[in-house]
Design a protein around this ligand. Structure first.
Ligand code: SF4
Ligand code: SF4
Length: 682
């Protein structure tokens, strides 16, 4: 009777305190912004449920990426799910000693429980070994960007693992003791038949029923006490993800990954960017709560790898810790007072400007994150504050913004330069041929960079050979503003988007052909919000069809070893991985080899997120990192499918002094080289 009363008080006290803590955390989210432009209606429910089953319960990314840490996490996660049954029984028996599962279920459940208790114990042993002996950088923190995390003692992780081990061991002792002191009871004998490990532990009591009961009773208190303590540690630790991660995956983005939320500048309180904790949306806050601190994001980040001050995990933790530190104030203050709270970005603040400007918006971090935490939207949103409110950005960007504003291209070149690549080629203009099927939108990189002229000319030749009805805008073409948007200049982007949409709509053409992943992403995923509702077709897609239909044919040998560098905006953002590889495989003689980091794990070229226009210190260049990865395979050619990649990889090859050994070519150049044609390839 007394023990039931103590248990009831302990249970109610612990659950009450837990709910209070979690309630305060979620109350903060309720005070954060809601205008994230996302669709949370029931129309998205099936997608959300399938994401939750795949990524949260299915632990998809751990299976996909393999590795010992992932396997251990799967074991612990599924173990916890399974052992939820035992926890429920052990809690309930505090009031109803005979509480149990139906007989038909109890046997199979007992067997599964026994298995997972052993598996989780083994996993905890290996995890402790990793934390205490191996100490991998991914756990301890990457230097220099994660110096703060690296300086932590990581005691919390060790304590939590000890908690888990204690729960497993006490669970075993509790069950084993019952098998002895309740022996003869048909229900218990049935359980015993299904619990080989617990049965073996029970044998260690040597039939001493009194000892078994004492140990079992003590184990019950330890088990339940540790769980109630664990529960109350969760909201104060990285293990809060145990509560929030599944919810975070469920509420994650169902919109295209490549779409930055449109800022409504006509709204009553437009958001010019994020700088204070309360500027972030509730979903971005939930991301902060859900981080497991596993470091998979930072391990894939090119900025972290090249020694820049950005590591996505540390960036997120800085934001999270600021929200935690300000929680009391946030809950007390009125909305207008929240607006006056301290900013989180700037000199001497949790996040310095350079962190935000180091990002390539490559999405490698998001692809790696097992709980689907998003980074690009947060980084761009902080940039929006720096550009639009604080007017603080790398000085070289002033030239880029001016070029975009005045000349509609980041180089600031004159409009007539957009036609330079057409010299010697009879390329039709839409102005002269309004009834063409495709508008070939060349884009700034393809039209204005002399090295990319070879790509653009190659594609034009393929189109002509395939008798495709197409035309270009030529000097009337305008930049789509992608660079401005990723650099945080949302207002400039919107102005440019509206101008280009008006221009293209005035032609009446509905099929837009592009050979640039940035143009493709923006025009496909972002322009519909600005009235650009066209079919945007990748050049690779169209050329594949021309080949399949026999409208172009391969004939010339391209006897070279090729490594293909995936562009982030075709690959990770839009899932285009196989198409360029298939095209290359059709070129006679071409031998394709994969880089170690390829497809979803491929490293950015260094140009994404407007970084093309930001100076990099010589020893921190992302293109040097990527070219180094390519050279490991000793290729003759590094193939690209993005004008910015071509420039960055080309510069990297030149910087390393290997331009005599390795060529950098766009996929279209290689296809044109292999194509049967009377004209010589470019
Ligand atoms: S988007 Fe790329 S560069 Fe930016 S934080 Fe993520 S991995 Fe790093
Ligand atoms: S953001 Fe995701 S990948 Fe990065 S540390 Fe947190 S949980 Fe791990």
């Amino acid at each position: 009777m007394l023990s039931t009363a103590i248990w009831t008080i302990a249970f109610l006290g612990a659950i009450g305190f837990f709910l209070l803590q979690v309630g305060r955390r979620f109350a903060v989210l309720l005070k954060m912004r809601r205008d994230d432009g996302r669709n949370y209606t029931s129309a998205t429910l099936s997608k959300r449920v399938s994401n939750t089953l795949i990524y949260a319960f299915g632990q998809y990314k751990f299976f996909r990426d393999g590795g010992i840490a992932g396997v251990l996490h799967i074991v612990v996660f599924w173990g916890f799910l399974t052992l939820g049954g035992q926890v429920t029984m052990m809690f309930a028996r505090g009031w109803f000693p005979g509480f149990t599962l139906p007989e038909w279920l109890m046997g199979p459940y007992s067997l599964t429980k026994d298995f997972f208790q052993v598996a989780v114990l083994c996993a905890v042993g290996v995890l402790l070994y990793r934390w205490l002996v191996i100490k991998p950088q991914r756990l301890m923190g990457f230097l220099p960007a994660e110096a703060k995390l690296h300086a932590h003692k990581h005691t919390e992780a060790i304590v939590i693992l000890c908690f888990i081990a204690t729960i497993m061991i006490s669970g075993f002792l509790y069950d084993a003791g019952r098998l002895v002191f309740l022996a003869g009871n048909p229900e218990i004998d049935h359980e015993a038949a299904w619990q080989p490990i617990s049965r073996w532990i029970a044998s260690l009591f040597g039939g001493d029923a009194a000892l078994a009961q004492t140990v079992s009773d003590a184990a019950w208190w330890v088990h339940n006490g540790v769980i109630l303590t664990f529960l109350n540690v969760l909201p104060r630790s990285k293990h809060f993800h145990i509560i929030t991660a599944v919810i975070n995956v469920f509420l994650g983005r169902v919109e295209p990954a490549g779409r930055i939320a449109k800022v409504d500048f006509t709204a009553e309180a437009p958001n010019f960017g994020r700088s204070k904790p309360m500027d972030f949306t509730w979903k971005q806050g939930l991301d902060m709560y859900s981080c497991t601190e596993c470091g998979r994001c930072s391990a894939m980040c090119p900025a972290t790898a090249t020694g820049k001050p950005l590591a996505p995990r540390q960036f997120l933790l800085q934001l999270r810790d600021t929200v935690y530190a300000q929680q009391g104030d946030i809950l007390k203050k009125k909305p207008e007072e929240l607006l006056a709270m301290d900013v989180v970005v700037g000199e001497g603040k949790p996040v310095i400007d350079e962190v935000v400007w180091s990002c390539n918006t490559c999405r490698a971090c998001e692809e790696a994150c097992p709980v689907n935490i998003e980074y690009v939207d947060k980084i761009v949103a902080v940039r929006q504050h720096l550009v639009q409110e604080a007017s603080r950005f790398p000085e070289e960007l002033a030239r880029t913004f001016k070029g975009l504003e005045n000349n509609s291209n980041p180089w600031g070149l004159g409009a007539e330069e957009r036609e330079a690549w057409t010299q010697g080629l009879d390329v039709p203009r839409v102005a002269d041929n309004p009834n063409v099927e495709y508008l070939y939108y060349v884009g700034c990189g393809g039209a204005l960079d002399s090295n990319n002229h070879k790509t653009t000319q190659s594609l034009a030749k393929i189109l002509k050979q395939g008798k495709v009805s197409f035309g270009i805008l030529g000097k009337e073409e305008l930049c789509n503003g992608e660079t401005a948007r990723r650099l945080g200049n949302e207002y400039l982007f919107q102005t440019m988007a509206e101008a280009l949409v008006t221009k293209i709509n005035s032609t009446g053409i509905k099929k837009i052909l592009v050979n640039c992943p940035h143009c493709f992403n923006t025009m496909t995923n972002e322009y519909p919000e600005f009235g650009g509702n066209w079919e945007v077709i990748r050049a690779g897609d169209l050329v594949s069809k021309l080949l399949a239909e026999g409208k172009i044919q391969m004939q010339n040998s391209f006897d070279k070893k090729i490594v293909y560098h995936d562009s982030c905006y075709y690959g990770r953002f839009n899932g285009v991985f196989e198409e360029p590889r298939n095209l290359l495989s059709q070129v006679p003689g071409a031998r394709l080899e994969e880089m170690t980091l390829n497809k979803g794990k491929g490293t950015c070229c260094g140009a994404g997120g407007g970084r093309m226009w930001v100076e990099e210190k010589a020893d921190q260049r992302v293109n040097a990192l990527r070219v180094g990865q390519a050279l490991e395979k000793k290729p003759d050619v590094i193939a690209t499918s993005c004008p910015y990649c071509r420039i960055m990889i080309g510069n990297g090859v030149t910087d390393k002094g290997v331009e005599d050994q390795v060529q950098v070519m766009d996929v279209m150049q290689i296809v044109a080289s292999g194509m049967k044609t009377e004209a010589q390839p470019v």
